[in-house]
Design a protein around this ligand. Structure first.
Ligand code: NI
Length: 255
């Protein structure tokens, strides 16, 4: 069985077939999905999906794109959502200096506040980082007091940086880009990351893997991420599926 450790099926692109899709996951070999919030509204939707379906768990948090929409009450709302039974992480949170949809100083401030929240409520974090590798690392290193756990979602950095994050206590998650023909660095990362530190995900509806590029992504396609990693490492598909599922359950403390 596979786990999709990061999806956004609250997205409106799933409005027409969400229930059907969730109900067919088990028979398609997908054990669980973690549905990840990106702002308050999607965090609330993630929690309600997790309460409606046994095979969905939720993360709550505000993405750097939406950091500018946060005010001081937002943290309080996230805190109360974090107490719900099936909320397993604070995320996705981080820095995005590629799009710069929120001013960088606000991104940094809200990222740090949400890291502190994660420590306060004793949950791991799901990190989004784009064109901000050095600063993301510095902020996480500063925040790491022995009580912070988490994953670098859709990891797009170098092998060296991945190993530094692992040393800091984090997991590395790979998504659709590892299947792209010209994706040299993600393929190197897929080979180099120790199997006990690797997660897989789709980031549905975004980042659709080969051979479905151009279509809407869905949790089912996580098998193509697993298949590519198995091929690159020269190990059985089942080993990638089992180990990444174990890692996901361990990080997010799912029984
Ligand atoms: Ni995402």
């Amino acid at each position: 069985m596979l786990i999709d450790s990061h999806a956004h099926i609250d997205d409106e692109r799933f409005d027409k077939d969400r229930d059907k899709l969730i109900e067919s996951l088990k028979k398609d070999g997908i054990d669980l999905i973690i549905n990840v919030g990106a702002d308050l509204q999607s965090s609330i939707k993630s929690v309600s999906l997790s309460e409606d379906y046994e095979n969905i768990y939720a993360a709550v948090g505000v993405h750097p794109h939406s950091a500018k929409e946060m005010d001081d009450s937002t943290i309080e709302v996230l805190k109360s959502l974090a107490n719900r039974e099936k909320v397993v992480a604070i995320g996705e949170i981080g820095l995005d200096f590629y799009y710069d949809n929120s001013p960088r100083n606000i991104q940094r401030q809200r990222f740090v506040e949400q890291l502190n929240l994660a420590k306060k409520v004793d949950l791991p974090v799901i990190i989004h980082s784009r064109d901000a590798a050095g600063e993301t690392f510095d902020i996480l290193k500063e925040a790491q007091d022995g009580n912070l756990e988490g994953v670098l979602h859709c990891y797009s950095g170098s092998v060296e940086m991945a190993l530094e994050y692992i040393k800091l206590g984090f997991y590395i998650s790979l998504a659709g880009p590892v299947t792209f023909k010209n994706a040299r660095v993600p393929k190197e990362v897929a080979k180099a990351v120790p199997l006990d530190r690797l997660l897989i995900e789709t980031d549905s509806p975004y980042l659709t893997p080969e051979p479905y590029r151009g279509k809407r992504n869905e949790p089912l396609y996580v098998r193509h991420v697993a298949g590519t990693i198995a091929e690159l490492r020269g190990i059985p598909f089942e080993e990638v599926a089992n180990r990444t599922s174990e890692n996901t359950k361990k990080l997010f403390r799912i029984k």
